[in-house]
Design a protein around this ligand. Structure first.
Ligand code: AP5
Ligand code: MG
Length: 209
């Protein structure tokens, strides 16, 4: 199964992507997680992108496309993958089509998560993430340390209210055009993301049957 998850910040792409990938035993490729790992490790790339990510803007297409090209060519992607956070611009969508055709692969579906702005703002103000493994929590359920790896839980720099506003604006301007791009290819499946995560997963599994 080769899936793209599309939807605004906070629509649950990471949460569902992780659950779905585990249930199918395929990799969950989150470009946001990849970039945050570089930032946490203070690598050359991490230092370069940190100001852009922390301001809620997109990093340049060319850089992102190179990262993805490298990742998709790895062996563990041969049996399928869940792409979360890529593509995010039409140029990235076109590049993904080229990459996949070179690898003789096709997308099975693009899942579009619908969640209201009010709910997005509520969720992002209460999100906590493990700074070690990236596991996502909601503040009400978080115990201070990660139940998976014991790492410390923190708040994402880009979950500050003013940066969330910026990310939503960037989504509307730069990412929403991709919806039209994929509608023309007739691969979009719409998901009601404003339900408990287990119900979202159930709907996704049902619609993909
Ligand atoms: P990225 O990490 O991809 O951020 P995003 O798209 O803004 O999405 P989020 O991760 O904020 O939300 P999500 O949809 O994953 O929701 P989650 O499951 O966490 O990107 C970050 C940055 O990296 C970008 O701004 C950009 O700078 C850069 N970047 C990344 N990819 C790029 C690219 N391709 N090109 C250029 N730049 C790129 O859920 C959110 C919260 O809600 C959590 O607390 C969770 O517990 C809770 N929740 C989830 N589902 C539910 C539910 N069903 N019910 C109730 N609560 C829920
Ligand atoms: Mg995410």
């Amino acid at each position: 199964m080769r899936l793209v998850l599309l939807g605004p910040p906070g629509s649950g792409k990471g949460t569902l992507g992780n659950m779905f990938a585990q249930s199918k035993n395929i990799p969950h490729l989150s470009t946001g997680d990849m970039l945050r790992k570089e930032m946490a490790g203070k690598t050359l790339l991490g230092e370069k992108i940190a100001p852009i990510v922390n301001a809620g803007k997109l990093i340049p297409d060319g850089l992102m496309i190179d990262v993805l090209k490298h990742r998709l060519a790895q062996k563990d992607c041969a049996g399928g993958f869940v792409l979360d956070g890529f593509p995010r611009t039409t140029a990235q969508g076109v590049a993904l089509d080229t990459m996949l055709s070179q690898l003789r692969m096709e997308l099975d579906a693009v899942l579009l998560f619908n969640v209201s702005k009010k709910e997005i703002v509520r969720r992002l103000s209460g999100r906590r993430v493990c700074i070690q493994c990236g596991k996502i929590y909601t503040v009400d359920y978080a115990k201070g340390v990660c139940e998976k790896c014991g790492g410390r839980l923190g708040v994402r720099e880009d979950d500050k209210p003013e940066v969330v506003e910026k990310r939503l604006e960037v989504y509307e301007r730069q990412t929403e055009p991709l919806i039209g791009y994929y509608r023309e290819k007739d691969v979009i499946l719409e998901i009601n993301g404003e339900q408990p995560p287990e119900k979202v997963l159930k709907d996704v599994l049902a619609i993909l049957k």
